[in-house]
Design a protein around this ligand. Structure first.
Ligand SMILES: *Cc1c(COP(=O)(O)O)cnc(C)c1O
Length: 375
């Protein structure tokens, strides 16, 4: 959270709006005049543009990124009496979605350098599930901070056990691994358009994507009461629709996403340069293109560092200060992997997020770099 005195906030969705204000205002006016506000031509156009940009057969809009995960789980038949493996070092949404469908989250540890699911521990829990946990029927790796998880290893382990994989891409729109976009590497991918995400709406929004057009059609039905035709539920669904206003805004922003991700990478490179030799710099996985949803430093003297930055008028954030398995709602009741989430707990005590959004000016970036160099 950025302090009130900070002149450069850690995140700034208002700047994201103002940078594209004329285009966004025109899109909003178009929708308001259209007389059609839910699941209409803007949503259809955005879904097809998003699928084209990502490279999947189907993309289906929904209410938010948490619902996208829950709908993906339902589409794969997940429910009570089944476990889903994910990480504790994530937005609580990933774990909440698993419980929304009645399944049991099994939380495993991260690779300390990359903050994403440890594929060796995953292979271990698939072989030897935690005692008392229901059988593992799905796995959700999270591409945290904009960094791809170790997908080849994760997919190999899951394929050996016939377990489907959902990529949580809420923080990684446009990231690639081995030249392929995240969101194209598993069975279903989910995205969030929460305002601060790399592709952010001006409200809530989410998306599911898959290479399987048939599965895409089932997902499209699930988001609206299980309807394939109006007023006829073929399956038990939910109401989680993307609205026309957000879709029209997201169409504007999608056209700028690749450029904005390049700008995020340029800002990250400037921070890296300013921090050279200080061992605080985030590592990028070999073969990956990181899209820096967040630029996350690591320091054993986090509070002092945070205070120094605050004095320089620089806002910071902590993502995430308390791992999911230690939060009051989840503490002591979720099965953990054999590593006991020790790397997760260590990271939670040391991570610090610097300001990161494409609208940071050159002057702001160089001011932040000056303060970093002086540390
Ligand atoms: C933001 C986020 C979500 C949830 O998205 P909402 O649109 O806020 O529901 C899920 N997973 C991760 C990793 C996120 O960062």
């Amino acid at each position: 959270m950025s302090g009130a005195a900070s002149s450069i906030p850690q995140a700034n969705p208002g700047a994201g709006y103002r940078a594209l204000q004329a285009e966004i205002d025109a899109a909003v006016a178009r929708v308001l005049q259209s007389g059609w506000y839910i699941l209409g031509q803007e949503v259809r156009a955005f879904e097809s543009e998003f699928a084209g940009w990502l490279g999947t057969a189907a993309a289906v809009g929904c209410g938010n990124g948490t619902d996208a995960l829950a709908i993906a789980l339902r589409a794969l038949g997940l429910g009570p009496g089944m476990s889903v493996v994910t990480v504790s070092h994530t937005a609580v949404a990933t774990v909440a979605a698993i419980e929304m469908v009645g399944a049991t989250p099994v939380l495993i540890d991260i690779e300390p350098d990359y903050y994403t699911m440890d594929p060796r521990e995953l292979a271990e829990v698939l072989m030897h599930p935690p005692t008392g946990a229901p059988p593992i029927r799905a796995v959700i790796p999270v591409h945290l901070y904009g960094q791809p998880a170790a997908m080849p290893e994760i997919m190999a382990a899951c394929r050996r056990h016939g377990v489907p994989v959902i990529e949580d891409c809420a923080q990684a729109h446009g990231a690639t691994l081995g030249g392929a976009r995240v969101g194209t590497l598993a069975d279903i991918a989910t995205f969030s358009f929460y305002p601060t995400k790399n592709l952010g709406a001006l409200g809530d929004g989410g998306m599911l994507a898959t290479h399987d057009a048939q599965l895409g059609a089932e997902i499209a039905a699930l988001r609206q009461y299980g309807w394939k035709t109006h007023y006829m539920s073929d399956a038990v669904g939910v109401n989680s629709r993307l609205d026309e206003l957000q879709a029209a805004i997201l169409r504007v922003k999608l056209a700028h996403l690749n450029t904005q991700n390049a700008r995020r990478r340029a800002i990250a490179a400037a921070y890296d340069e300013a921090l050279r030799g200080k061992s605080l710099i985030p590592a990028v996985r070999a073969g990956a293109e990181h899209v820096f949803h967040l630029y996350v430093l690591r320091s054993q003297e986090r509070s002092a560092l945070q205070a120094r930055l605050r004095e320089g008028g620089i806002g910071t954030g902590i993502h995430y200060a308390t791992p999911v398995h230690l939060q009051p709602a989840y503490r002591d009741r979720l099965p953990l992997g054999p590593a006991g989430c020790r790397a997760t707990e260590a990271a939670a005590n040391q991570v610090l997020s610097l300001p990161m959004y494409p609208e940071l000016t050159e002057a702001q970036v160089s001011h932040i770099c000056d303060v970093l160099r002086a540390i």
